[in-house]
Ligand binder design. Structure first.
Ligand code: ADP
Ligand code: MG
Length: 701
């Protein structure tokens, strides 16, 4: 079968529904998808029956509401179609009610305090805007019904509900802007393409490392002699085992309607990337969850382990997830695409300035949406965008905005020069030379690319915040637009001028990795919050409350829950990492080092005894090495004791203080202990070193 034939074969799309449903039911379904109108009982029953027949024909026996709790993963609980009729005869049954709502036990999902355990009821409800699909695990196929997840009291307990709300808000604000600018009433959706980076390692090495099993990253490990400095991996020929994995992954994703487009080797050894063709933000977010879920499964089938962690290995690049984002009007027009007519370009400029203004106002919050224990290793570590938010526009656009800001009066000449600059943009952007790979938020010709997101993250929170921030910014600008009446170029430039001027501080064209930028950003008053607890504190302010409630993507209570869950996850991750590190030091590193120390000492005494004075030089030189070994072992023991003591001290603290204490007290001690352990790895007898090293993990497959 060709890719096109495979594509979507496990997805029940509208076309397939049309063939299987009576007309009135199909129309009701379409209204539910497009307008969010609730389905009534009889229609829901008919749709459920059609879904079940489609699924059963593909060998499915069970269904599940597939949802995205605040863990950042997807969750499912299977129910059988099997039922019994009035005569106690077995039948397959799937009702409208079962399709529309389900009640998984919510008590074990994070709620951030919005739901106490004794009121553990949580509900999942079908989100018809995302199509149902069938997943295959080995020989088992399961019908998945994309759903939202909320508590008994109606609060969102998932990452998808806020995303759907933010999409709606953006549609309102951008639709209103478009109508004011062009007179046309069109819907607007957020578009999203998530580039996904990951590492693959041979399963047999992975399974011998407690840290990879427990924490998804190596908490110990000396750098190999060769890292990524030769730059020979990027875009290199793909190893056959990896290619077989990619091919299988893509086939399974095609079946699920995920439009995988590109695949290549990334910069670090054994690091790879895949990117889909962009789509509707809601669907693209679901798709990215499926990418991660299916990739884990397919890796296992290939005796590989996929590492989605942001920083699996010290000393080589970590992994991110670039979020390519734009807005698309109902007629298919990309609102961030500069065009060839002045009218189109005015619209483009308006939306562009709205985005820059949004990042100026809410960039810190946006940066905080992607804060996590894993991402703290990347942001600001000279390999990924720093923890400072800035926007890159390219020199041409920068010139245009600068001109608008500085021109005294907009006469025919100045307007014409701005028009000319805008109309040249598409050509300039096509040759892609004017790109800045170090920017956390870069304009790349017809979309923005938010590059700071972590590779393991659910994209929903950052995309929700971005949608909401742009919606807020558009509403602010729309209020001015309503007053100008006839939209002439002059009037629009006048309108944009104060917004361009006010948001100028967040624009930066230079090297974001440089120390000069950190200094300059501090002067500009841009924040540089390097750890998760510091970054998340921004979401615990009145201003953040006001932002989420006015844009409606979270309630105040829900925001509190989201942040609690994130802080808790951060503390738990670090707890697991630190505990794993202690175990590995005690069970692997120290035994190997101490036994090597014993052997070396014994051999040295034997040498001295056998040769006496004649071995004086050899004994001195070798004794130095032994002393160095013994001292490193002693340092490691002290460091692990200190780490253990701090970890215990954190456990004694009230839970609310864990995250910050982990960042301030545990992380630095882990770094110190690691330093000594990694030194030992480089001097101890390799044949006694049981942990697979970076050589195996990064180069052998
Ligand atoms: P690169 O960032 O390496 O230059 P591409 O330009 O091919 O790569 O785009 C990367 C991603 O951006 C792809 O997933 C692509 O589908 C997505 N993309 C392209 N146009 C848009 C858009 N208008 N909205 C959202 N994503 C887009
Ligand atoms: Mg990219």
């Amino acid at each position: 079968m060709t890719s096109a034939e495979i594509f979507g074969s496990h997805v029940l799309d509208l076309q397939t529904f049309k063939k299987r449903l009576p007309k009135p039911t199909f129309h009701a379904l379409r209204d539910a998808i497009k307008k969010g109108i609730q389905l009534d009982g009889p229609h829901a029953d008919t749709i459920a029956q059609a879904i079940m027949e489609w699924a059963v024909a593909k060998g499915v026996t069970h269904y599940t509401h597939w949802f995205q709790p605040m863990t950042g993963h997807s969750a499912q609980k299977h129910d059988a179609f099997l039922s019994f009729d009035a005569n106690m005869q077995p039948i397959d049954r799937f009702s409208g009610n079962q399709l529309i709502q389900s009640e998984p036990d919510a008590s074990s999902f994070p709620s951030g305090g919005t739901r106490t355990t004794f009121e553990a009821r949580g509900y999942t409800a079908w989100d018809p805007s995302s199509p149902v699909f069938i997943t295959k695990t080995g020989a088992v196929s399961v019908l998945c019904i994309p759903s939202v997840f909320f508590s008994y009291t109606g609060h969102a307990l998932d990452t998808k509900t806020p995303l759907l709300r933010s999409v709606k808000k953006l549609n309102e604000a951008a639709g209103a802007a478009l109508e004011l600018l062009t007179g046309k009433k069109l819907s607007v959706s957020a578009t999203l393409g998530c580039e996904q980076e990951y590492f693959l390692v041979d399963r047999k090495w992975h399974d011998m490392r407690p840290d990879l099993i427990m924490a998804g990253r190596t908490v110990l490990g000396a750098s190999p002699a060769k890292g990524q400095q030769m730059e020979d991996h990027y875009f290199g020929a793909i190893k056959s085992r990896v290619l077989a994995f990619m091919e299988d992954l893509e086939t399974q994703l095609y079946e699920l309607g995920v439009p995988c487009k590109t695949r290549h080797n990334e910069v670090a050894p054994h690091q790879y990337e895949m990117a889909p063709i962009f789509g509707d933000a809601n669907l693209a977010a679901d798709n990215n969850q499926l990418v991660m879920e299916v990739a884990r499964k397919v890796a296992l089938e290939h005796d590989l382990a996929i590492l989605l962690h942001e920083k699996p290995f010290a000393g080589v690049n970590g992994s991110g997830k670039h979020l390519n984002w734009s807005m698309s009007a109902g007629d298919g027009r990309n609102l961030l695409e500069p065009g060839h007519t002045p009218q189109n370009n005015l619209t483009f400029l308006y939306f562009l300035v709205a985005v820059v203004n949004a990042i100026h106002k809410r960039g810190d919050l946006l940066r905080a949406t992607i804060a996590s224990a894993g991402n703290d290793h990347r942001l600001g570590a000279n390999e990924a965008p720093p923890a400072i938010m800035s926007v890159f526009l390219g020199s041409q656009l920068t010139n245009i905005l600068d001109t608008i800001e500085k021109v005294d009066t907009f006469n025919e000449e100045t307007v014409a020069s701005i028009d000319l600059g805008l109309s040249e943009l598409p050509n300039i952007m096509v040759d892609r030379t004017d790109r800045n790979r170090t920017s956390p938020f870069a304009f790349t010709g017809n979309k923005f690319e938010f590059r700071a997101c972590g590779s393991s993250h659910s994209v929903s929170f950052p995309v929700s915040a971005l949608n909401a921030a742009v919606a807020e910014s558009l509403l602010e600008m729309n209020a001015k637009l309503e007053d100008i009446g006839q939209v002439t170029e002059k009037a629009l430039f006048e309108l944009l001028r104060p917004f361009i001027s006010a948001s100028k501080n967040v624009r930066f064209e230079g090297n974001n990795y440089s120390d000069e930028w950190a200094a300059e950003a501090a002067k500009r008053g841009l924040s540089n919050l390097k750890t998760t607890p510091e970054a998340l504190a921004l979401w615990q302010t009145d201003e953040a409350q006001q932002f989420v409630t006015s844009t409606g993507f979270l309630s105040g209570l829900e925001l509190g829950a989201v942040i609690n869950v994130r802080l808790e996850q951060y503390a738990k991750h670090l707890d697991i990492e630190a505990s794993t590190m202690l175990r590995m030091i005690d069970n692997f590193v120290l035994p190997a080092a101490v036994s090597f120390q014993g052997e070396t000492a014994a051999s040295l005494s034997a040498l001295s005894e056998a040769l006496g004075e004649r071995a004086a030089k050899a004994v001195t030189v070798q004794a130095d090495r032994l002393a160095n070994l013994a001292e490193t072992i002693a340092n490691l023991i002290e460091a692990r004791n200190s780490l253990e003591a701090e970890l215990e001290a954190v456990h004694e603290m009230p839970e609310d203080d864990h995250a910050l204490a982990m960042a301030q007290r545990v992380v630095p001690r882990m770094d110190t202990a690691r330093g000594f352990a990694d030194t030992l790895e480089t001097i101890v007898d390799a044949s006694t070193w049981e942990l697979p090293t970076y050589n195996e993990l990064l180069f052998l497959m």
